[in-house]
Design a protein around this ligand. Structure first.
Ligand code: ZN
Length: 190
């Protein structure tokens, strides 16, 4: 039995007691979670989410650039008002550079693959807290993301199961007034 066969079997079990067929399409809690595809992350369990609660957008690293299309749809068509960007410790994105992956693709799949890969930024990073901040900055700078959308950033620790908030800089934790924050923050708008 292949793994996919096992998944299919597990779904039969899930559907046996299923009673959530009435849920509406828009997420009830009006939040989108952007996180990594890492197998150790199970957002519904780690964040207490039920069916119908939230959008969970996943990709390698939980990168915002890669998720912009989904976030726009989430916000404009399905009413989400908050974004939680969650990257994590021991992420695979910390282990390579674009160039490494391009060489690997060339060796494994040939020159055409290498050529196509030249146009792809695989969005690796060297610092997991910085990558969260970079993604928040990317979203804040995007004209496609309304300024009044709340955006928070976290690092999930795969050893402890805990999130730490990296949204706030040290100055904000000690109570700097909204006017002193960067003008891209919603609080600073008129
Ligand atoms: Zn990861």
């Amino acid at each position: 039995m292949s793994t996919i066969d096992e998944l299919f079997e597990a779904n039969l079990e899930y559907a046996r007691d299923f009673n959530k067929g009435h849920l509406p399409m828009p997420p009830r809690r009006r939040v989108a979670i952007l996180t990594c595809m890492d197998a150790r992350l199970v957002p519904s369990r780690q964040l207490g989410l039920e069916e119908g609660d939230a959008h969970v957008i996943r990709n390698a690293g939980g990168r915002a650039q890669d998720a912009l299309r989904s976030l726009v749809i989430s916000q404009q068509l399905l009413g989400t008002r908050e974004v939680a960007v969650i990257h994590h410790t021991d992420c695979g994105m910390l282990t390579f550079r674009n160039e490494d992956l391009r060489v690997r693709l060339r060796d494994a799949l040939g020159a055409k693959a290498e050529h196509d890969a030249e146009r792809i930024d695989f969005l690796p990073f060297a610092d997991v807290e910085q990558s969260v901040r970079d993604d928040i900055a990317f979203l804040r700078a995007s004209p496609l993301i309304p300024q009044d959308i709340a955006i928070r950033g976290f690092v999930y620790d795969v050893r402890t199961g805990r999130l730490s908030d990296v949204t706030l800089g040290a100055e904000e934790r000690i109570g700097v007034q909204p006017a002193e924050r960067p003008s891209t923050r919603p609080e600073a708008r008129g």
